[in-house]
Design a protein around this ligand. Sequence first.
Ligand SMILES: [Zn+2]
Ligand SMILES: [Zn+2]
Length: 381
Amino acid sequence: MYEGSIPWAYYAPSMRSVVLSSGDEPPRVTDVRLDPPKAGEVRVRVRAAGVCHSDLHVRKLEWDVPLPLVMGHEGSGVVTEVGAGVTSLSEGDHVILSWEPACGRCRACLAGRPSQCEVCAGVVWPKGVLYDGTTRFRIGDRPAHHYIGVSSFSEETVVPETGAIRVGTNVPLDAAALMGCCVPTGVGAVLWTARMPPGSTAVVIGCGAVGLCAVQGAVLGTASRIVAVDLLSHKLDAAKTFGATDVVDASAVDAVAAVREITGGGADFVFDCIGLVSTAEQSIAMLSLGGTAVIVGLAPTGAMARFEPRALAEAEQRIVGSNYGSVRPALDFPFLVDLYRSGRLKVDELITTRRPLEEVEQAFDDMIAGRVVRTVLDPSL
Ligand SMILES: [Zn+2]
Ligand SMILES: [Zn+2]
């Protein structure tokens, strides 16, 4: 490609990326230049990228994100170059991208809670940069931002070494992509955030990809009843195939009353995988004495929910937030892969359709209409 006025020293090969430039226009596939990985970083050729509901929040600018932005945070690929000092990865490795490229040194990381890493929460996520405060993406001579350290809607990306977890070459890369967000978010909410005891009653509100993974988490955690709640009957049918023992069609009945009846007075655990104010409030209203509401889905910035403090205190109920299923990627991704490889975790079944990067808007339309569980973008199409 002709380089125009860009000095040769700034030359970097260009590639196609889905770039969001403003809230007024749709994201566009754009020629973006990718600088080589710096120390502690790796370059990855993206092979599959899942379109997650969080990407829709970003697309609608319901969250604060730096623009322009190379979108996408669920993905997998092949390492094509490693920066100085990288020891855990080599060229040719297949990897799951993680949006929790934990620093390993802050208080949260040292305490074994990388989903609360202070460098991710303070620098990588809000500023759209890598650890050194800069970006590897450029449009012309202007920097473009990373999305939570991943930017998977792109032919290639550069991520911190801790943001790429090696996976065997015997794992399909589209399934591997989903193990970078919806699988740990849903399964982990049950197993790691809630640490649900066997025999508990569990309710999952919302049967998209994260919700179906929470249903599977409840199966793995040996819940006595697993009640799936959704507005769409085909999603409830899917929930049954993923292990739900009961379903509640919230378009037809009062979901809170139905759950209280099925569970004999309220559920031990309710997982809100939608992230609306109304579903957060319903989650609390569905609880048994001593029950725990786990907020998994993410509401728009500033949205506020209500609960009755006295009732919560008297019933000794808890409201818990779950970020990324409290996953520790380096430890837990291989475990999730083992579950998948041994047939105990359905991942392929979550993928409804595959599209090229250029069709990202159609993927969002399908998501809004409830036509898909997961669309996977394939940059090679
Ligand atoms: Zn996601
Ligand atoms: Zn950290």
